[in-house]
Design a protein around this ligand. Sequence first.
Ligand code: ADP
Ligand code: MG
Length: 641
Amino acid sequence: LTSKRTSIEQLQKSLPVYNCRQRILKELELNDTVLIMSETGSGKTTQIPQFLLQAGYAKNGVIGITQPRRVAAITVARRVAQELSGNIGDTVGYTVRFEDCTSKNTKIRFVTDGVLLRESIRDRLLLKYSVIILDEAHERTVNADLLFGIVKDAQKERRKQRLANLKVVVTSATMDIDHFGKYFNCKGMYLEGRTYPVRVMHAKEEHEDYVHTVLVTLFHIHRTTPRNHDVLIFLTGQEEIESLAHQIRQLAKIDMTGTTDLRVFTLYAQLSQGKQLECFLPTPVNVRKVILATNIAETSITIPGIRCVIDCGFVKEKSYNTSDGLDVLKSVRVSRAQAWQRSGRAGRDADGTCYRAYTKKEMDSFTDATQPEILRTNPTSMVLQLLALDIDCNNFDFLDAPLEEGLRSAYKSLDALGAIKSGSVSHITPLGRQMVQYPLDPKYSKLLLTASSFGCMEEILSLVSVLSSDHVFVSNSDKNEIATLAHAKFQSKHGDHLTLLNVFNAFSKTEKPKMWSHDNYLNLRSLTYARNVRRQLAEISERLNLAFNSSDDIEMIKKCILNGFFENIAVLQRDGFYLTVSGNIRAKIHPSSVLHGKYKPSYILFTEIVQTEQTFLRQVTEISFEWITEIVPFVKNIPSR
Ligand code: ADP
Ligand code: MG
């Protein structure tokens, strides 16, 4: 144990932020806000909170650190707890959506930006905190952007009311220091990083199939470099990652006669926490670790041992069309800043190599930096959050203000959802205030808040919970007939929402969840997660005094879903495609749907739009034209059949 301590201390002292400790503390003493910029891995996230703790900043309040993602909040909290030789949840803790691992002893608290934002609704001055570190500011998530303004406002208000000052530290790996400096009215500190040289190799010619390029490159690396050089591969999303992981595992077996000298890990947001954490574990010296990850591994987390990076050059991003307000998930080119971030991941521990699956010329056409999320996603949820804080968007101090047109469509949606007074842009309704009590998109909150009036609260609670948890069905890239057969018994002819509800209900009844999930090719972790979510949503609903009724009337359940998802209606066309009512997007039913390849209902509602080479509607349910006119009469221009 002593030697472990010494080695941790040695590591801490070797980090670039260590030498700047005094400078950082001095700056923060003199100023309320400090901007710190330095390379990934220099110790910002794990060390700065400890400096502040040791300097006494936690005497009259908690040191809060925001992270853009759950996995980052959890892993860094654990790491800091370990560095302080404590248990997680004691001095150091974390709170992420649906999970709180803190206690009254907690001094350093890692939270996702969504969690802090929701806290600010109850406590606008953020009185619990003495310092807030807005970490990974360059990620520019909508929630982080809102927090910038909220934290600035809390500082001002606390000064005005002569309360203890709120200190703010903004840190980032690649931040536009001028832009942030002007906004926060402070100087930036640039800390020299400590990285090793990374050799960058581009594809010699353009490739259509980047997944194939990635695969070939990986085996080239595997043949030509020592086994302890671990590989990090950037891909776009879950399906791509799982399918490539499967291929690699198969090929590794054929290539290497029995013994595994290559272990594949996957890392993406929808993966359960436990699975996400597996890739941080070391592998034996003669076994190469290969991690297939989304951009989740780009900055906030540190995976030791990576010497090679393969960058596919794409990223899955939510983007939307301001006129119709529908978010579409699609793969787009990374920005040049992202490409450099990715290659930097190879030079953390020693010299490294980055292989880019695109040519130098292709890279010239990439944009310089990724657009902030606030400029490219549907602002409905954000507008409602601000209204709950009694802030009118038009008066909010945005770092980058969202587009007028997008705001207009957000107000339209909120009006239709009943969250704001009709025709108003500043009056939130009691229903709207209730909506923000749930950590959910307003559509889903609406379902929960109206479910009692449809007589199906219990069912909607289950449904929303299971929708919050992804990949309930276990499948692999082989068409597995046994799995298909096992899943068939849950199938509802009405569509995916009721199918998922059937799965969840059956799961809730079983006494042996582990065996049952295994036998039915279902993901135990996802279902357990959904059950946890359900408990918490039920607690909130109870606080709101909603009636817990239950119904097996499928029509009522479907009508209830429609009353929240009226923007997600699509109508069958003569050519077999569906046309979405908002946005006129032509799409097909996603292959994972129970309705795929079967009879095509004239009207459906869907959970999301996914764009790969084709455009798909994921999770669909049949509805009828009459219900649209009955439940959501304000939805216009729908042809009757
Ligand atoms: P930054 O926030 O500047 O990117 P971090 O504070 O996250 O840097 O990490 C600093 C260093 O701490 C890393 O370079 C790595 O050496 C070490 N480290 C961080 N997290 C872990 C972890 N989970 N396991 C092992 N080492 C870690
Ligand atoms: Mg960090």
